[in-house]
Design a protein around this ligand. Structure first.
Ligand SMILES: [Zn+2]
Ligand SMILES: [Zn+2]
Length: 341
């Protein structure tokens, strides 16, 4: 089969590799679509350790079941599936308390095991979630992002009808955060970005107000929109030091910060005094549980979360590297980038 194989940092080669065959308890899936994630880019650039090389990256896939290993039931060739990329044991303390996202023996497809920038991939059946014919593979491969955004908003106690919600960063996740905040009845939902076209898209997807951080001071613009010294909930969805620092200043006293973006391992000048003084609640979020992944496919099936407008680029498998490189361009030229196998 063809695959985009990472041999070293900055070195991914489109090449022929042996087609895997499913062992006992495994499924072989013909991959159709994989969303490019910043985690892929971070591994490709050597910013994130973990991949044992050579490795096929890609962990946000959807495709079709083609072959069942022995003792697999509940699937047949031709079943369309979204794939939960989290590998977990089901036996450790965290799996048993319903937090398989924190599994002690866990891993990620496309990092600890081969991923989906390939024509085929092997998965275990408990990680395949069937989807209907109505849902395209290009949309279904966003189930991972939708699942983690859904998890992040479920944590926030104040994120409910009438809450003011400020979203810092309008990448694919920020656009999905915007839509979930509107579904929860938040008002106003305020999107912040430096890209005019992303602000326009956020408005189209339900944001009530947007702030162009290139032209306006975010804190000053926010003061006019929220009467009590900031937003009830700030969602940091950019994962860069500047917005991580800002979120402490933009949230109101007693408010909540959802730290969704994955930033560098340490950020200078975070005013931790504000956490005490304003009595802030800060939520960390890591991926999603299996049940949240299943729920996320429902949001995609009934189109209450819209993905088509977020997809800006599709590349064939042989252009995987172009997809990765486009996704790291600053200012952002692409939003949802999909690799078609
Ligand atoms: Zn990802
Ligand atoms: Zn576990």
């Amino acid at each position: 089969m063809k695959a985009a194989v990472m041999h070293d940092v900055n070195d991914i080669v489109f090449e022929e590799v042996p087609k895997p065959s499913p062992k006992k308890g495994e499924l072989l899936v013909r991959i159709r679509s994989t969303r490019v994630c910043s985690t892929d880019v971070n591994m490709y650039r050597g910013r994130m350790p973990g991949a044992f090389l050579p490795r096929i990256l890609g962990h946000e896939p959807a495709g079709e079941v083609v072959e069942l290993g022995q003792e697999v039931s509940g699937f047949k060739p031709g079943d369309r599936v979204a794939i939960d990329p989290l590998v977990y044991c089901g036996k450790c303390y965290f799996c048993r308390i319903g937090m398989n996202n924190l599994c002690e023996n866990g891993g990620l497809m496309g990092r600890e095991a081969n991923g989906s920038f390939a024509e085929y991939a092997i998965i275990t059946p408990e990680r395949a979630v069937k989807i209907s014919d109505r849902l395209s593979f290009d949309v279904a491969c966003f189930a991972e992002t939708v699942g983690s955004v859904y998890r992040s908003q479920c944590k926030a106690r104040l994120l409910r009808s009438g809450a003011s919600v400020l979203i810092l960063g309008l990448g694919s996740a920020g656009m999905i955060q915007t839509q979930f905040a509107k579904l929860a009845g938040a008002n106003p939902v305020i999107g912040v970005s430096r890209s005019r076209w992303k602000l326009d898209l956020a408005l189209q997807l339900g944001a009530d107000v947007v702030i162009d951080a290139n032209k306006e001071d975010t804190a000053e613009a926010l003061r006019k929109l929220t009467p009590h010294g900031g937003a009830d909930v700030v969602i940091e969805a950019a994962g860069v030091p500047a917005t991580i620092q800002q979120s402490y200043h933009l949230v109101r006293p007693g408010g909540e910060i959802i730290q969704y973006g994955i930033g560098p391992s340490s950020v200078d000048n975070i005013n931790t005094y504000l956490q005490y003084y304003k009595e802030l609640t800060i939520y960390g979020v890591r991926a999603f549980t299996y049940s949240e992944f299943c729920i996320s496919t429902k949001f995609l099936e009934d189109q209450s979360i819209k993905i088509e407008p977020i997809i800006t680029h599709k590349f064939p498998l042989k252009q995987t590297v172009e997809g990765l490189e486009l996704s790291e361009k600053q200012p952002g030229k692409g939003l949802g980038i999909v690799i078609n196998s």
